[in-house]
Design a protein around this ligand. Structure first.
Ligand code: GLP
Length: 259
């Protein structure tokens, strides 16, 4: 199912696999149209299936990453990249090591530098020098965060050091041995970087994302729900599975957008 609401395109797919395939096909479309595309990449459990599909497309010779440049949204602060919970590790394992992307074109914020301000500043400059991101993949946190832009974020911020919310620390504890091992800080692209991207694809699955997605789409644009800012972006595609779309579909019915 495809719905256009408030100039955003919303796809509702049968399940996680179909959501992942749709997202991967859209990334492939972007790269096939522009071989030197700059991709903004996300981590978390949501995009794992999309990366799997992209690897399959690559093996089938249907996508070529030779000229692609990537910028990841975020990285934990002071977590060594060898740690299997670092986002650099995740990206290598799930994607980079399995496709023909050149290592000098891969960018993940450096979370272990003494000069955090310098790292953030350099990340912003590098994105600008690459003429900004063509296609940004986003997931969404239970509290409405995108990247690690937590509620009450400053919309004008570029890449910056973030204090993680208790909600986020608890949500991400499932990946660590205990909640105490979850880093308390992260480096994240800011809302300004995300809003300067040319195209956004936000993906979400599962019932636990259903209510935040309704707020993101139909609530006010507010720093309390950082993802709500995408209502102001002019090229947004949202790909959901049925469970995540539950309240969004109810609201679209109520507003007469769908039957
Ligand atoms: C993480 C990441 C986000 C991600 C979100 C949702 O903490 N920083 O980029 O979108 O939280 O994660 P998941 O996909 O595992 O639900």
């Amino acid at each position: 199912m495809k719905v256009v609401y408030n100039s955003m395109i919303i796809f509702v797919k049968e399940d996680y696999e179909a959501m992942s395939k749709k997202a991967a096909n859209m990334v492939a479309g972007q790269v096939n149209l522009k071989s030197n595309s700059v991709l903004g990449l996300a981590t978390g459990s949501t995009p794992e299936g999309m990366y799997r599909e992209l690897v399959e497309l690559y093996k089938d010779d249907r996508i070529d990453f030779a000229e692609v440049t990537t910028f990841n949204l975020d990285e934990y602060y002071e977590l060594p990249i060898e740690n299997d919970q670092s986002y650099a590790y995740y990206m290598n394992k799930n994607f980079f090591s399995q496709v023909n992307i050149s290592s000098e074109n891969i960018h993940v914020p450096n979370g272990i530098s003494d000069d955090v301000a310098g790292v953030c500043e350099a990340y912003d400059r590098l994105i600008e020098r690459n003429n900004n991101i063509d296609l940004q993949i986003l997931g969404i946190g239970n509290n409405g965060h995108i990247g690690f832009n937590e509620p009450d974020v400053k919309f004008e911020a570029g890449t910056h050091l973030v204090q993680l919310d208790e909600d986020t620390i608890e949500a991400n504890a499932r990946f660590f041995k205990s909640v105490d091992d979850v880093p308390r800080k992260a480096i994240s692209m800011g809302i300004r970087n995300i809003m300067h991207t040319k195209k956004i694809i936000l993906i979400a699955n599962g019932a636990n994302k259903a209510s935040i997605l309704k707020e993101m789409l139909f609530g006010p644009v507010t720093p309390n729900i950082p993802a709500s800012v995408i209502q102001l972006h002019n090229d947004v595609t949202i790909i959901l599975d049925k469970e995540a779309a539950k309240y969004v579909l109810e609201e679209l019915k109520m507003r007469g957008v769908i039957q």
